[in-house]
Write a protein that binds this ligand. Structure first.
Ligand SMILES: [Zn+2]
Length: 119
């Protein structure tokens, strides 16, 4: 069985891993300090990862303002729903904004209109 995560959480962990990758890549540059070009390439790559991560964080911020805030029926906390279906950020309870999908088994493909119509 596939494990689903709230979209905002998913993007957030992606942004966080980008920062780590960026730092690891920049740290890797130390091992190539004899070669100025390799150092430059590694530093640039690391910096790009960190810039991409910052951009992702900004994107999450924008997405969060667009997301619909709902109270999770399972844990009672306020969570945000992105798209037609999403998971609760705290307990991973599947949530939907579309009444026709209510009670149906959670499927990430409901977010993709074409895929959902094939069903
Ligand atoms: Zn919940």
């Amino acid at each position: 069985m596939k494990k689903y995560k709230s979209k905002i959480n998913k993007i957030r962990s992606f942004a966080l891993s980008l920062i780590f990758i960026g730092f690891v890549v920049m740290y890797g540059a130390i091992f190539f300090r004899e070669n100025i070009w390799l150092v430059a390439i590694f530093m640039t790559l690391g910096l790009l990862c960190i810039v991409a991560s910052t951009a992702t964080y900004l994107w999450i911020g924008l997405l969060s303002t667009k997301a619909v805030q709902v109270v999770c029926p399972n844990c009672g906390k306020y969570t945000k729903v992105l798209g037609r279906v999403d998971m609760c950020m705290y307990c991973n309870e599947p949530l939907t904004l579309d009444p026709t999908l209510e009670g149906k088994e959670f499927d990430q493909s409901y977010n993709n209109k074409r895929k959902a119509e094939d069903k």
